[in-house]
Structures are given as structure tokens and as C-alpha cells.
Write a protein that binds this ligand. Structure first.
Ligand SMILES: Nc1ncnc2c1ncn2[C@@H]1O[C@H](COP(=O)(O)OP(=O)(O)OP(=O)(O)O)[C@@H](O)[C@H]1O
Ligand SMILES: [Mg+2]
Length: 562
């Protein structure tokens, strides 16, 4: 088959020795950086091919369409044959099993989620809302959750953007009662949220919301030969709405985190996720969101998922996230201006130095398809940086033709599963129930599953939805804090009790959690501990940053990293 991978390792390129990515550290994340046209996408393809050969499914967004070629057999072009020869092997063309996805359902199977799945924090980000508007969204979710709890216990009535519109209109009509229960919902604020909703609708965002929602196991499949399927999200159109793009990928990560079981460290990842144009994720992201991203990245590796960010400069990625990206490929950066030069020096400093190399100097000298590389080795420490030639991919470089893409779609194992959207269902019933409750005018009742509610057990949302929009969002919301302090306390307490009960936390640990909640002001410590409880086996990680042992609770990274 012409693979030069060793047992448990993917051949990525060659310095004065072969450079391998160790599969057992594949879940310790990675970073591919470099100026435009230097070879990032090809490196991504080389890694994706390697993971696929090793039976590891992959997800990647295809921004320019040029990754789709991984589905087609490569051509033994003289340049590739030559490059392979200098690396000491014979070029062998190959092709890989690809599944195409597309939010708009045009170039792949549609991917959908419900508004409820997305959760308040990500919705806020998608709609670009301010703090006050975020408060309204949090209240909207709370109203639905409570009404749902009294109905079938299925928290999935909030499905599409039309439902969200209904809900916002309902909040407006019942502003007074709702205000008494949860905090102020000013009509002007609701109007502002509705206008932002229109922006997302105009960008085609309503296509993303609906049923059937994505079954993540479809992402984690291998083909008949045991090769990992490469899931490619057509993102050329999606990229025209960067916020939608970034929120959507973040939602996917959160879903994976929420749904997958804890597995600790495996001999190879269960899924590898490439996040291209990763700077979009971090640009202008509020601190609360950054904290959660950092946390999800940190925790998801014990679910066997590796996340590889692709962006121009390592400085696009916040330090706390950067510190967790163990496998690095740095392509050339330009150094024309003093500002460029500074960026190059900073990029160089993120590597473990090699006395043989002037890292900063080399970054500016690298040719196409050449890179500085450092992969985790031994007990999980980064190798010394090396200057390496990246191997040519075995499949085609560049896009498929539309006909080739259609042929793959027609033969897809998931054909027909997602193409038809379930019909829109109004929230009328649910909201009339909610109206009844809002009219009661008493102290808030405990949320579903809360103490004193002896009904049948309800569906338990996973920890991921809490991390990205649960307790933390409620607690951190300034509106809740400003306008409804006492009510907020009840809501928060209920939500916390609920969460603690679900994961079986003792009163003592609850008190500790409460204490640390005061400490960080975001309730993040709660979530940390909740996640801790969920992990079936605790393990100490010797992080690539050398000090990430305390996986939960207060971070123990060296101060210089913060
Ligand atoms: N490992 C490699 N082997 C052979 N050719 C390569 C390799 N890496 C890059 N190239 C050549 O360089 C070209 C540009 O690479 P690539 O498309 O990966 O750049 P990029 O960094 O993704 O650019 P952009 O930021 O514009 O997307 C490729 O089309 C290919 O011809
Ligand atoms: Mg590219």
C-alpha cells in the first residue's frame, strides 16, 4: 500500500530523521500554522490521510474546496516522486473514504441541530449579542426548560429559528410576569435580539436548525477496509458568515465532548477534528467563552478526541489553549515589517529549542511544504524543533470536480438519512403552559428534576451543554445579577442542585463548589468538579506544558503562561 507509517505512528515528513506523529498522542491536540500558500492545507491532508490509514475517523472543514481531493487517487507527478525520493521512499498514489457534509445541504449531507442543542452561550455568540441581550436569551431558555419539564420532559421543543421567534414574542407579551420571575426583559432588548436573528436568517442560518439532528456516530465511522472516514464539511459558502462558521464548529466540539464517554488515554484517538481558520473562533470572543473553549479543549482529550487548529500565526490562539496543543507544524511566516518580525519571534518561542537551529530565522526561510515540526514523544513531552520536508499527500492535491463529488455523495453510506427536514412544529402548546406558570405569580418552582418534583426522571442533558451555556451562563449573566439578584439566586441554586444531583455530588463537595463559585464568579469551578465526577477514571496528565496535572479545579500552569 506504500504506507511508511510505523506501528502506532504517522510519517509526516523528514528532517535529518523521519518525523512521526505518535497516534497515542493524537488526542493531545495540535497546531498547523503558516502564511498563506505555504502548505497548511496539504499538511492537514497528510495528517488526515495518516489518521485514516490508521483507522481513525477525521473531521475537517474545507474552506476553499481544495481538501476534497483527498477522496481521489493521487497522481505520481514528477515533483512528488522526486520529493518522496529525497525523503527515502517511493511515491505511491492512494485515495481515502470521504463523507461530504454541508450546512446548506448543497455539496454534502445537511448537518442540523436544534436551537436548544446549541444553547444560550453559543446562540449569543452566533447572534453577536451584548450582555443585556444575552440575559434575555438565558431567560428564554429557562422558560422553555421549565415548561418542557412540566410537559413530556423532552427538552427538544425549541427546534428552529421560527420557534425562537415565537419564544421571543412570548417573552415580550409576558414581560411583566417573566420579569417578576427571572429578571427584567425589556421590549427594546427583545427587539434587538429579533433583529440579530434576522441577520442570521439572511445568511441562511435557518438551514442549520431543525431535525433530524446529526448523529455523531456517523462521524466516527470506518470503511470496510478499516480506514477512518474523512468527514469534510464544505465551508466555502459558510465562510462568508464567519460567526456562523465558528459557532457551528464550536458546537460540534461541544457535542462531541458532551456525548462521548470518558475513555482516558487510548493507543489512538477516536476522532481527530481539524479546525481551519481557527482565529475566527477566538476573535473578539468574550472571556467567559474563551474560558469554556479552553476547558473543553482541555477535557475533550480524555474522550479520545484530538483537535488540530489551523491558522496563520500561533499568536492567533490564546496562550491557555496554545499550551495544550502538543503536536506542532509551523510553515513559513513572512517578516517584512517589524510587526511581522515580532510575530515570528513569538512563534519561534512556542517551540522547544534545538541548539542546531535558529528557530526564528528558519521560520522566514522555509519553502513550500517545508516546516518546523515538533511532536509529542516519550512520556508526552514535545520533541526538539526540527526543520522538515513534509511528505507529499498520497491522494490528489486540489479540488474534486462537481461530477466526482456527486458520485461520492450518491454512494455515501449516509445517503438519504439527513436530506429531509422534519416539518416545523409551533411552540403554541408549550408556551400556553409557560403562560399558565408565569401567571401563578409565586416564587419560582424548582426546575425539572429539581427537589420536590416527584415525577418521572427526565432526559439528562450532558455536561457539555452546561459548560457551553448552562449554569455558568446563568450565574455570569449581568442582567440576572443586576435586576433579579434574589430570583437569580433561586434559579442558580436550583440549577446547581439539579446538576449536582444528577452527578451524585455530596453536600460537602457542593459547599466546596459554592465556595469556588464565589472565587471565579462564573461557576466554572462547579463545572470543573462536575466533569471530574463524570470521568470514570481519574488520571494525571503530564501536559505538554509540563504542569497540567490538576486537570480539574484551579489550574496549575506556571504563572508565565497566564
Ligand atoms: N507537502 C507538500 N508536498 C508537495 N507539495 C506541497 C506540499 N505542501 C505544499 N505543497 C504545494 O504548495 C501549494 C500550496 O499549499 P497549501 O494549499 O497547502 O497552502 P496553504 O498554506 O493552505 O495556503 P492558504 O492559506 O492560501 O490556504 C500546494 O498546492 C502544493 O502545490
Ligand atoms: Mg489552505
Amino acid at each position: 500500500m506504500g504506507t511508511l507509517d510505523q506501528d502506532g505512528k504517522i510519517l509526516v515528513g523528514k528532517s535529518d530523521k523521519p518525523e512521526y506523529l505518535t497516534l497515542a498522542f493524537g488526542n493531545r491536540h495540535g497546531l498547523i500554522t503558516g502564511a498563506t500558500g505555504t502548505g497548511k492545507t496539504v499538511t492537514l491532508q497528510v495528517l488526515a490521510e495518516g489518521f485514516s490509514r490508521a483507522g481513525v475517523p477525521v473531521f475537517a472543514a474545507d474552506i476553499k474546496g481544495d481538501l476534497s481531493g483527498v477522496a481521489a487517487r493521487g497522481e505520481a507527478k514528477p515533483a512528488f516522486v522526486e520529493r518522496a525520493k529525497t525523503m527515502g521512499y517511493d511515491y505511491a498514489p492512494d485515495q481515502f473514504p470521504v463523507v461530504f457534509w454541508d450546512l446548506f445541504g448543497e455539496q454534502g449531507h445537511p448537518i442540523r441541530a436544534t436551537v436548544h442543542d446549541l444553547g444560550p452561550l453559543l446562540l449569543t455568540r452566533m447572534l453577536d449579542l451584548n450582555d443585556v441581550q444575552e440575559g434575555v436569551v438565558n431567560i428564554a431558555f429557562k422558560v422553555v426548560d421549565e415548561a418542557d419539564g412540566t410537559a413530556d420532559g423532552v427538552a427538544s421543543d425549541l427546534i428552529d429559528l421560527a420557534n425562537l421567534r415565537e419564544l421571543l414574542a412570548f417573552l415580550g407579551q409576558n414581560a411583566k410576569d417573566i420579569g417578576n420571575r427571572y429578571g427584567n426583559v425589556a421590549p427594546a432588548t427583545i427587539g434587538a435580539v429579533q433583529r440579530q436573528l434576522l441577520v442570521i436568517e439572511n445568511q441562511g442560518g435557518e438551514k442549520f436548525f431543525g431535525l433530524p439532528s446529526l448523529d455523531l456516530t456517523d462521524f466516527m465511522a470506518t470503511d470496510a477496509q478499516g480506514r477512518g472516514r474523512i468527514n469534510i464539511l464544505a465551508a466555502d459558502k459558510l465562510m462568508q458568515s464567519p460567526r456562523l462558521y465558528a459557532t457551528f464548529l464550536l458546537w460540534l466540539i461541544a457535542e462531541l465532548f458532551e456525548r462521548l464517554p470518558e475513555v482516558g488515554d487510548l493507543d489512538k484517538p477516536k476522532l481527530v477534528f481539524f479546525f481551519d481558520e481557527a482565529h475566527l473562533l477566538f476573535n473578539e470572543a468574550p472571556k467567559a467563552l474563551l474560558d469554556r473553549i479552553e476547558q473543553v479543549v482541555r477535557l475533550i482529550r480524555s474522550k479520545g478526541v484530538g483537535i488540530y487548529f489551523v491558522t496563520q500565526n500561533p499568536l492567533d490562539v490564546p496562550d491557555t489553549v496554545l499550551a495544550q496543543l502538543g503536536n506542532r507544524v509551523q510553515h513559513a511566516l513572512r517578516a517584512f515589517t517589524p510587526r511581522d518580525q515580532k510575530a515570528v519571534r513569538s512563534a519561534a518561542e512556542t517551540f522547544r529549542p534545538n541548539p542546531k537551529l535558529d528557530t526564528a530565522q528558519v521560520i522566514t526561510e522555509l519553502g513550500k511544504g517545508e516546516a518546523l515540526v515538533s511532536f509529542l514523544e516519550g512520556n508526552g513531552t514535545p520533541s526538539m524543533v526540527e526543520r522538515a520536508l513534509i511528505r507529499p499527500p498520497s491522494a490528489r492535491i486540489g479540488p474534486l470536480t462537481p461530477q466526482e463529488r456527486q458520485a461520492i455523495l450518491a454512494a455515501s453510506p449516509f445517503k438519504g438519512r439527513y436530506e429531509k427536514t422534519a416539518p416545523h412544529k409551533s411552540l403554541t402548546d408549550l408556551l400556553s403552559k409557560a403562560a399558565g406558570e408565569a401567571g401563578e405569580g409565586e416564587a419560582p418552582r424548582p426546575g425539572r428534576g429539581g427537589p420536590g418534583e416527584g415525577g418521572a426522571p427526565v432526559e439528562q442533558p450532558g455536561i457539555g451543554s452546561r459548560i457551553l451555556g448552562g449554569i455558568g451562563a446563568i450565574l455570569s449573566n449581568p442582567v440576572v445579577r443586576q435586576f433579579g439578584r434574589s430570583v437569580a439566586a433561586v434559579v442558580a441554586r436550583t440549577a446547581t442542585q439539579e446538576a449536582m444531583k444528577r452527578i451524585g455530588m455530596s453536600p460537602a463537595s457542593r459547599r466546596t463548589a459554592a465556595r469556588s463559585r464565589r472565587d471565579d464568579g462564573f461557576g466554572l469551578a462547579d463545572i470543573d468538579r462536575a466533569a471530574d465526577k463524570l470521568s470514570s477514571r481519574p488520571y494525571g496528565l503530564v501536559g505538554d506544558d509540563g504542569g497540567d496535572r490538576g486537570l480539574f479545579g484551579t489550574p496549575q500552569r506556571p504563572a508565565s503562561r497566564r
